[in-house]
Design a binder for this molecule. Structure first.
Ligand SMILES: [Ca+2]
Ligand SMILES: [Ca+2]
Ligand SMILES: [Ca+2]
Ligand SMILES: [Ca+2]
Length: 300
C-alpha cells in the first residue's frame, strides 16, 4: 500500500539526514510529501481545486498539522492553546510534476473575517495573506543566505506573498526576487485564487489559493541566465507555507505556519514523492464535475 511505502521512505529519509548531517527537519523528524502528478494531470492554476480532488489525504497538511506549528501575534505572546479553528482553519497540499519541472501548492483558508485594508501593498502581512517560502537546496540553516541575493546556488530564500483580492492599486503580490520575470503568471510562477462567502470583512469565507513555480537554483538578472532546480523523485527541498489571520483588529495577528519557526524560516523538509499507484489521476480538464461537491472534500 502506497501510504506504507511512503511512510517507510519518510523513516529512511529521516534516518539518512539524521545520520549524515544532523539535519532534523521542521518540525523535527517531519518530512512532508509533494504528490507527484502524472503528465497530463498536473493542475491548472485557476483558483479552483477540482484538479486536486484525487490527491489522497496523506499529502494534505490539515489543520491538525498546522496545530503543531507556531502561531503567535506580532508580540510573540499569543497562547497557541487559545487558537480556535472556528476563527481560522488552514490546510495545504503540495504537488509536483517531473516534465513541467514545477511544484504546485493548493491552500484552503476558512475564516470568519477576511481582512484586506492595507494601503502599502508591500505590507501583505498586515492583511489576510498567504506567504510561500522555498529554498531550492537542502542545506543546513546556517548555510542559507537571505532573500533576493543573485547568483547564489540553492542557498537563497525565495519568498512569494499574496493578499487578495487586489487592493485598489491592483496589487496583490510582493516577493523576492525583484527581477522582471518573478511575477505572478509570468514565465516561472502562476497564481490564482477563488473564494466562497464574504469577500472582505466580517462573515464566513473560504479562500482557495493555487500556485505553481519552476524553482530557480541560481537567480540572475535575466531569465535567460537562470538555472533551475531539476526536480526528481526523492529530492528534498525546503519549504514553508504561512497564513496570517487578521480579523479587523490591527493589534491582533495570528500567524500560522507549517513550520515551527517564524517567518523567513523555510525549514520544512518537502520530498518529491514517487507516483502513487493507489490513485487514478484524472486528466486536468475535468468536464461535468461539480465544483461545489468537490469543494466539500477539501476540508481535511
Ligand atoms: Ca486548479
Ligand atoms: Ca479569523
Ligand atoms: Ca490590515
Ligand atoms: Ca482573517
Amino acid at each position: 500500500m502506497k501510504k506504507i511505502s511512503l511512510l517507510a521512505a519518510m523513516l529512511l529519509v529521516v534516518g539518512l539526514v539524521g545520520g549524515a548531517s544532523a539535519h532534523v527537519g521542521d518540525p523535527p523528524g517531519t518530512v512532508y510529501f509533494a504528490f507527484q502528478f502524472e503528465d497530463g494531470s498536473a493542475p491548472s492554476v485557476d483558483g479552483s481545486g477540482d484538479d486536486w480532488a484525487f490527491v489522497p489525504d496523506f499529502y494534505w497538511i490539515g489543520a491538525e498539522k498546522w496545530n503543531l506549528a507556531q502561531r503567535g501575534d506580532g508580540g510573540g505572546d499569543f497562547d497557541p492553546t487559545e487558537a480556535d479553528l472556528a476563527t481560522f482553519n488552514p490546510s495545504a497540499v503540495y504537488g509536483w510534476n517531473d516534465t513541467a519541472n514545477r511544484v504546485y501548492l493548493l491552500v484552503q483558508a476558512i475564516d470568519d473575517y477576511h481582512e484586506i485594508d492595507r494601503v502599502d501593498n508591500n505590507w501583505t502581512w498586515t492583511d489576510d495573506d498567504l506567504e510561500i517560502r522555498w529554498s531550492a537546496g537542502h542545506f543546513e540553516k546556517s548555510e542559507f543566505t537571505g532573500g533576493g541575493e543573485l547568483n547564489t546556488e540553492g542557498t537563497n530564500r525565495i519568498e512569494h506573498l499574496f493578499a487578495v483580492p487586489p487592493i485598489p492599486t491592483g496589487e496583490f503580490f510582493f516577493g523576492d526576487y525583484d527581477v522582471s520575470y518573478n511575477v505572478p503568471n509570468g514565465p516561472i510562477m502562476d497564481f490564482a485564487y477563488s473564494f466562497e462567502g464574504v469577500e472582505i470583512g466580517a462573515g464566513a469565507s473560504t479562500y482557495w489559493y493555487e500556485y505553481s513555480l519552476e524553482i530557480p537554483w541560481t537567480w540572475t538578472e535575466e531569465l535567460a541566465d537562470v538555472t533551475f532546480l531539476d526536480l526528481e523523485e526523492g529530492y528534498v527541498l525546503h519549504a514553508a507555507a504561512y497564513l496570517n489571520d487578521r480579523d479587523g483588529d490591527p493589534d491582533v495577528e495570528v500567524f500560522w505556519t507549517t513550520g515551527t519557526q517564524g517567518n523567513n524560516q523555510q525549514q520544512q523538509d518537502l520530498q518529491m514523492a514517487e507516483i502513487d499507484d493507489s490513485v487514478d489521476q484524472l486528466p486536468t480538464a475535468v468536464e461535468g464535475s461539480s465544483w461545489g461537491l468537490i469543494k466539500a472534500g477539501f476540508t481535511k
